[in-house]
Write a protein that binds this ligand. Sequence first.
Ligand code: PLP
Length: 511
Amino acid sequence: MPAIARRERQTRTARPTHRKGCVIAEECVALLYIIMKTDSSDTRVTQHLKRLAASEAPGARLPSVRTLMRELSVSPVTVQHALDRLTREGVIEARPGLGTFVAKRPEESTPARADYAWQSAALGPARFSLRGLAGMMSTPPAGALQLNKGYLPNALQAGSLLTAAAGRALRRPGIWDPQPVDGLPALRDWFAAETSGAFQPRDVIICPGTQAAIAAAFRALAAPGDPILFESPSYTGAMACAEAAGLLIVPVPADEHGVRPDMLEDAFRRTGSKLFYGQPNHANPTGATLPEDRRTAVLAILAQAGALMIEDDWAHDFHLDTAAPLPPLAAQDPNGHIIYVRSLTKCAAPSLRVGAICARGPAFERLHNARLADDFFVPGPLQETAIQLVTSPSWPRHLKILRGALRERRDALAAAITKHFGAESLPDTLPGGLHLWVRLPNGVSDEILTQKAAARGILISAGTHWFPAEPPAPYVRLGFANIDAEQAEYAISTLAGLVQRNNVQSRSNTL
Ligand SMILES: Cc1ncc(COP(=O)(O)O)c(C=O)c1O
């Protein structure tokens, strides 16, 4: 626990309990002491780093957070504040995994004063917003706790297996030649075999990740202006894709068991939509999995509406409480209503950008053409690395160890949330996947809380971004893959402190 937090706690426990006025006065003094001390430490570290940066050449590496903490006798939070501030001011630059470096001086990075204002007039209004996607994909400040991430940290990735697989891949003859548009046959075989019989290898198109698959599907299967149904809340990145394709997002309420069939049926009837995006297993962000009766109902509704569903099976390998993965909804759909997407970026490493989109009938042809028009094919070295990886005898072992580590991290985060926010802030059954969807107390602003947490080096994702329309209540999505038990306790107690100090209240009167 950082020194400031420890000091704060000591101050609280050491306080006398005699007269009320006295206690308040002492609390004020203690708080003032902490604020003054924090401010002066912040200034000292900031000045120290500024001096260092000025004395070094651009690109020079600065001391690590740990070294600064030791040399200046300050907490990680204080160092982080100073680093954040200097990053914002453009004095230093964080390179994740590598460290912090002296940034280029302004005169070196800006060759001349240019006027680009004409471009906004020429381009007109922006057609879509990135919602929470920009924050999730941005480079975090050095040392930040990343509860906003949806990918594995370095330590849990298939690092050494990938290195070996890539080595074997690069030795294959013809690896740099053009590849088939739909992907290498061995990889199509593997993805098809993983779908519980839903798809044959001929139904599979290899894509550079699920994001690309979703974007291609929205463009290929609907026209600009068409309505598309989304369970609400839903994956913010898919909403950005839908808006970029000019589609009109229609929210369909979901609860802790996934999309509500009555609402889905009504939305299809009302809008005449022919497309629905959903995640039947371990949905991101809620973690919900559709129970059997809802699966049957959704399939019947799709048949009645003559509609297609994009099933995003992003968490296929993250079944943390069962030995086997959940079968996709597509396995119960004989008539081609479901287009299925899945990738290896989540369970192997974010840069193994290899995934699949599976479809039957004319939808397959449309998707094949869209992918061809997009970028011809996924690079041979990446596809071959993926085959070498998933067919290696060590792959199942990697997944098993990974699931064990994730389960431990999820349980630690859930325990900290239950302790500081109460059991009612989480669903009754903990989900698979990589995140917990946390209900905040009424009146709390998830966005203000997210900003204040970021200022303390704790990155979280505001629930608002995950709703296509107004959120019915305040939520945050907290990822557990990138933090251990101690970090979970620190992060959640800090969030709870922010909420209790009452300075993260919503300005709106709706929640
Ligand atoms: C639900 C969901 N679908 C798709 C993606 C895109 O993943 P990728 O393109 O890395 O396969 C993500 C990434 O966060 C996601 O959370």
